[in-house]
Design a protein around this ligand. Structure first.
Ligand SMILES: C[S@@+](CC[C@H](N)C(=O)[O-])C[C@H]1O[C@@H](n2cnc3c(N)ncnc32)[C@H](O)[C@@H]1O
Length: 295
């Protein structure tokens, strides 16, 4: 496995797993800013029935869960036939739901790094990543991975820690919305730099809603009181992704060129059949892939 970090950071073994601590160099941002986004209906909570894109089972859960399933399904499609080891970063890994969903047959070829602001130094044993490791262990999944390690890192307050070309894939679900506005482009450029040529960032994320067009689901009827984070307008985010060096798919390009923050039925139908296509899950939540060219 190539080098994960661009420099040596302090580490500790916590509950049998290596943790790296990236110290803050500035005061943390509040993740709970309460900007009055226009969400009179259609946010990202509210359960609905869906067929999981991972394995076709019927699920009843939130658009946030659906986008996680989209990210995992896309990842699995990329790695199922890949030979050799694959290096994956889960940015904002929470309780390691993504790690817990990767099948054992694939995990044995994966070097996984889970990064989150919540870690043993700031939160102790209740940290989401610590609990995630426990859940993996309880289910007998922890030892399936070629390697697994965790990082406590706040992307709004610490220096970007990861080395160039360190990862083949980055997965990130409902996390980039926590990156402060002034850091979004910087973080996207950093994500570009840590990918090996041909690498991908698989994103589920929440954006400021647009009232037009169609979505996979209209579920989620909670209002602005739940709206924390730094939500981009979808097309403005796409513009930033391109500025950071990424390629986006034809659907996302159409969105960008037409200044459209929603999908038309044809795009949605296409996305339901194609695991890597940009897809609006509801009025606010999207799945999108960013590609780093081979060059
Ligand atoms: C909505 S949760 C998503 C968790 C996981 N990706 C999933 O799909 O279940 C958002 C995650 O982002 C993390 N997060 C929030 N602000 C962060 C920051 N400034 N730096 C790093 N991680 C952050 C939170 O701790 C939380 O685990």
């Amino acid at each position: 496995m190539s080098r994960v970090f661009k420099e040596q950071f302090p580490t500790e073994v916590v509950n049998g797993v290596k943790y790296t601590r990236v110290e803050n160099i500035k005061a943390p941002h509040s993740p709970f800013i309460n900007k009055n986004y226009d969400f009179e209906e259609g946010f990202y909570r509210g359960e609905f029935d869906f067929v999981s894109p991972i394995d076709g089972t019927l699920e009843n859960s939130t658009p946030e869960t659906y986008s996680r399933h989209k990210v995992i399904a896309a990842l699995q499609d990329y790695i199922k036939d890949k030979e050799g080891e694959t290096a994956i970063l889960d940015l904002g890994a929470g309780t390691l739901d993504i790690a817990r969903t990767i099948p054992a047959s694939m995990a044995s070829r994966i070097n996984l790094v889970n990064s989150d602001i919540s870690g043993p130094w700031s939160i102790g044993e209740e940290a989401s990543t610590v609990r995630g490791i426990e859940k993996l262990r309880e289910r007998g999944l922890l030892d399936n991975f070629a390697s697994i390690e965790n990082v406590e890192y706040d992307f709004n307050a610490a220096e970007w820690p990861f080395a160039e070309d360190a990862f083949d894939y980055v997965v990130t679900n409902l996390v980039l919305c926590h990156v402060a506005y002034e850091s979004k482009l910087e973080v996207l450029k950093a994500l570009f730099s840590i990918l090996s040529p041909g690498g991908k960032v698989l994103i589920g994320d929440v954006f400021q809603k647009d009232e037009s067009g169609v979505r996979f689901t209209e579920a989620g009827l909670r209002g602005p009181e739940e709206c924390w984070g730094y939500l981009s307008v979808f097309t403005e985010f796409l513009e930033m992704c391109r500025e950071a060096g990424f390629e986006i798919d034809g659907t996302a390009l159409n969105n960008l060129n037409e200044g459209r923050n929603y999908q038309v039925q044809e795009e949605l139908d296409y996305a339901k059949e194609h695991p890597h296509a940009t897809m609006a899950i509801n009025k606010a939540v999207w799945f999108i892939e960013l590609h780093k060219g081979e060059g």
